[in-house]
Design a protein around this ligand. Structure first.
Ligand code: DOR
Ligand code: ZN
Ligand code: ZN
Length: 427
């Protein structure tokens, strides 16, 4: 028995929209029929999902998430994290290795893959760390980690402080045709600051994280990428300076790609309502000028893709206040609706643009065979209600943690059915 999804609205990168019927058989897309042709498919013996008036897209792909397992299961685990992702319409997620132990051995990669297969509901692809224990001192065994199934190397959570270490990592990764994914942060420029340099920090007498702490690494790593030929991917771009450097690098044909998070597109430091750590993340919310720059960067292709940096932390941890609470906010369950409401409903972006940056484009950047509705591909499909406005309610959050600044926001564009590898995993 297969599943027919009838009369859904599809959209491509050029925003060409069409009504389609889609048949899923086993875990694959078996047929895509143009509904305008007039022929109604034979649905007998199949499950039918009526998608009339709803958007039907490839399942969303999030290349930057924190699932916290192993080691921090009080914040999230693979079971809760993948369910939270499924609620957000995601069917493939790439998890960051800053767990405990960190993902720096084959055993830990296997642990993640086993857990994901038995307890997860969507596809989980791990990253391995660049350095052992993320200490920045010694490279991990890139070849063994690749063989075990990592999709790239990153010390996300911290920056690689030594340029020589980063250069060695890039040279090794390049020789294996693997990407380096970088959390860009120069530790000597940020000591003890919980928010960015800007009006919020001034008002509250707080030390600020300067834009240069990010951009110095971006600039350094672009040069190292040019020298080594590696595919260099910049994490969570948040500053005007980083956008400028990446734009320039791309003009020179350097193999650099970049990502941006919904919160950096929608919020500036001026939106932070008070000393509430649910507005604390790293990189921090920057100035309105930076927000404008990352929006323009995404729009002109300087920044390639949208990721959430889903970073769950417990209520106890976030209650420690702006100075002491850990950095990070949830991302999965509000990503699409936030961007749909703020950029598509306002007419700034087409629906096709937003969908592309969360599906086909991330697949292209990382060479994944997902992110499309082509016949024969794995059936990763998300159905989205574009009409209903709903409030973000804390009680409805599926993640084990609740740390998001978006509680109470009224948003439109909610995933209503998520199908991963042909199975309904959220409805
Ligand atoms: O906000 C963040 N949270 N930024 C990071 O770099 C790490 C992440 C986390 O692991 O919580
Ligand atoms: Zn990071
Ligand atoms: Zn991260």
């Amino acid at each position: 028995m297969g599943i027919w999804i009838l009369n859904g609205l599809t959209v491509d990168v050029n925003n060409v929209q069409a009504k389609k019927h889609i048949l899923i058989e086993n875990d694959k897309i078996a047929q895509v029929v143009d509904a305008a042709s007039g022929s109604t498919p034979q649905t007998e013996g199949h499950e039918v999902i009526d998608a009339a008036g709803k958007l039907v897209t490839p399942g969303f792909i999030d290349m930057h998430v924190h699932l916290r397992e192993p080691g921090f299961e009080h914040k999230e685990n693979i079971a809760t994290g993948t369910r939270s992702a499924a609620r957000g319409g995601f069917t493939t997620i790439a998890c960051m290795p800053n767990t405990r132990p960190v993902i720096d051995t084959v055993d830990t990669v296997n642990y993640i893959l086993d857990k994901a297969a038995t307890e997860g509901v969507i596809r989980v692809i791990p990253y391995g760390t660049i350095t052992k224990n993320q200490l920045g001192r010694e490279l991990t065994d890139f070849a063994a980690l690749k063989e075990a199934g990592v999709i790239g190397y990153t010390d996300d959570g911290v920056g690689v402080q030594s340029a020589q270490m980063m250069k060695d990592a890039m040279a090794l990764a390049a020789s294996m045709d693997m990407p380096i994914i970088a959390h860009c942060e120069d530790d000597t420029l940020v000591v003890g600051a919980p928010v960015s340099e800007g009006s919020f920090a001034k008002k509250h007498g707080l030390k600020g994280i300067p834009n240069e702490s990010e951009a110095i690494h971006v600039g350094r790593d672009i040069l190292l990428s040019e020298a080594t030929g590696v595919h260099y991917h910049v994490c969570h771009v948040s500053t005007e300076q980083s956008v400028r450097l990446i734009r320039h690098a791309k003009q020179f044909g350097i193999k650099v790609t970049a990502e941006v998070c919904p919160h950096h597109l929608v919020l500036s430091d001026e939106d932070i309502p008070g000393l509430d750590a649910n507005w604390k993340m790293n990189p921090p919310l920057r100035t309105p000028r930076d927000v404008q720059a990352v929006i323009e960067g995404l729009e002109d292709g300087t920044i390639d893709i949208i990721v959430t940096d889903h970073a769950p932390h417990s209520e106890e941890e976030k209650a420690k206040g702006m100075m002491l609470a850990p950095f990070g906010i949830l991302g999965f369950e509000t990503a699409f609706s936030l961007l749909y409401t703020k950029f598509v409903l306002t007419g700034q972006w087409t629906l096709g643009f937003l969908v592309d940056r969360m599906t086909q484009k991330p697949a292209d950047v990382f060479g994944l065979p997902y992110g499309t509705l082509e016949v024969g591909r794995v059936a990763d499909i998300t159905i989205v209600d574009l009409e209903t406005e709903r409030e973000v309610l804390k009680d409805e959050i599926v993640s084990r943690s609740k740390n998001t600044p978006f509680i109470g926001w009224k948003l439109q564009g909610w995933p209503v059915v998520t199908i991963a590898s042909g199975k309904v995993v959220y409805s």
